[in-house]
Design a binder for this molecule. Structure first.
Ligand code: HEC
Ligand code: HEC
Length: 379
């Protein structure tokens, strides 16, 4: 995937340059920044980042245009990048948005990326920024939430925001607004500007056009008041620590003495409920968590081993190809699992099921989850 998408870009560049020159000549205006979808200003020399392509493009799109996974925002959107400082981006990528498909990518959290690699990704995104950064202050300067403003904004939020962001800001067709990491990082000015000006090219409209500044300000307080839910649903510690990394062949199989589950078909989507049943019945299978390893550490299905969607082929070769039922899941609800399942099927595995509803449905059903206590050592 990495090689092809990089190639794709390389092949596109010369041609789009020609097209651009032709267009500029035709309309006789200078056009450095042809407008593009998702508010992206695709530069003449579109940059390439191997890190971005491997770890982010799956959900945020090849050029950060968003929409690859449910609710993954356009992080290369010009308006967004003007408001998001390097530190905002660094922290968001290091820590992720817990409880959403946005994983913590730092090695300290169990993710795959060093700070150096994260900075390389930020540099890649910055190439899409239009205009100078806006100074939106620092989180420490945020004013305390005013309960009166919150109450005043409630009906507005219900009428104009909840259809996309959810009544509690839990996210529906748009990103969450109640995430604790986002709350710690976003300043009042970041929220004010986002609500007022929107994110051109995305579903997020410029609300200053339809409401007075005071009403926008009330909404800033309302968004701030949206508490992050406590999503801890882990029932036990699995204590797998790092052993899994060394396993191969039969050592990857759960319930080696059990019978195979009866999924029909065995090589497509299955319901979470069927997998729960197969687990309860002690069926023989391999259960893979396709999310970043940081997510697996925080909570995973009992017996699931981490097989992040970005794992290299070497890791996949350790999986026995003897007809054992493989079950893969992620949180998107299944875009990362589909990626991994696709790679396994392409390598000849014939029983690769993907949990259709994904991890968060499993959690919300109250099905069992386990975690790996402690955090991996800092690099
Ligand atoms: C039609 C759907 C829709 C509606 C209605 C909507 N938004 Fe959004 N909003 C979005 C999308 C989509 C994004 C992410 C855009 C992107 O891809 O960058 C977003 C982004 C945001 C963000 C930035 C979040 C972040 O993580 O950076 C804030 C804040 C926000 N919206 C607040 C609001 C408020 C307040 C309202 C109501 C006045 C509202 N939105 C109404 C779709 C919507
Ligand atoms: C499995 C899908 C997935 C992958 C892979 C992924 N993200 Fe995300 N990302 C999301 C989703 C979904 C959100 C919105 C989370 C929310 O609703 O709060 C998000 C949010 C973000 C945000 C916060 C945006 C904002 O408006 O504040 C940043 C920054 C970000 N991602 C960067 C990255 C980078 C860089 C990578 C690669 C290292 C990456 N993401 C990989 C799904 C993903």
């Amino acid at each position: 995937m990495l090689a092809t998408s990089a190639l794709h870009w390389l092949q596109l560049r010369p041609r789009s340059k020609v097209a651009l020159v032709a267009l500029c000549a035709a309309v006789l205006v200078a056009c450095d920044d042809p407008p593009a979808q998702a508010g992206l200003h695709v530069k003449d020399a579109a940059p390439v980042s191997a890190e971005y392509a491997r770890y982010c493009a799956l959900c945020h799109g090849e050029r950060g245009e968003g929409g690859g996974a449910d609710n993954a925002p356009a992080i290369a959107n010009g308006a967004y990048l003007r408001l998001a400082s390097d530190d905002f981006l660094l922290q968001s990528i290091r820590r992720g948005h817990p409880g959403t498909p946005m994983s913590a990518f730092s090695r300290a959290a169990g993710g795959p990326l060093s700070d150096e690699q994260i900075h390389a990704i930020i540099a890649f995104l910055r190439a899409y920024q239009v205009g100078a950064p806006d100074d939106v202050g620092v989180p420490a300067d945020n004013v305390p939430v005013d309960p009166q403003r919150v109450e005043r904004a409630r009906p507005t939020f219900h009428a104009r925001c909840a259809s996309c962001h959810g009544e509690q800001g839990e996210g529906r067709t748009a990103p969450t607004l109640n995430n604790r990491v986002f709350h710690e990082l976003a300043t009042d000015a970041f929220l004010r500007r986002t609500i007022s000006e929107g994110r051109p090219g995305t579903e997020m409209a410029a609300f200053a056009e339809v409401m007075p500044a005071e009403q926008v300000e009330d909404l800033v307080h309302f968004v701030r008041s949206l508490g992050a839910p406590n999503t801890a649903a882990v029932t036990a510690h699995a204590g797998e620590d790092e052993q899994w990394a060394e396993r191969e062949g039969d050592a990857l199989v759960l319930n080696p003495e059990g019978r195979a589950p009866r999924f029909a078909p065995a090589n497509a989507y299955v319901h979470a409920e069927q997998v729960k049943q197969a687990l309860d019945q002690g069926r023989r299978m391999i259960l893979f968590d396709a999310r970043a390893v940081s997510d697996w550490r925080a909570g995973h299905l009992p017996g699931a081993l981490p097989a992040p969607f970005y794992a290299d082929d070497e890791a996949l070769r350790r999986v026995p190809n003897d007809g054992t039922q493989i079950v893969v899941y992620c949180g998107c609800p299944h875009v990362a699992a589909d990626r991994l399942a696709g790679r396994l099927r392409a390598a000849g595995y014939s029983r690769v099921a993907v949990i259709d509803e994904g991890f968060y449905h499993w959690r919300d059903q109250g099905y069992p989850l386990v975690n790996e206590p402690g955090t991996p050592a800092e690099e």
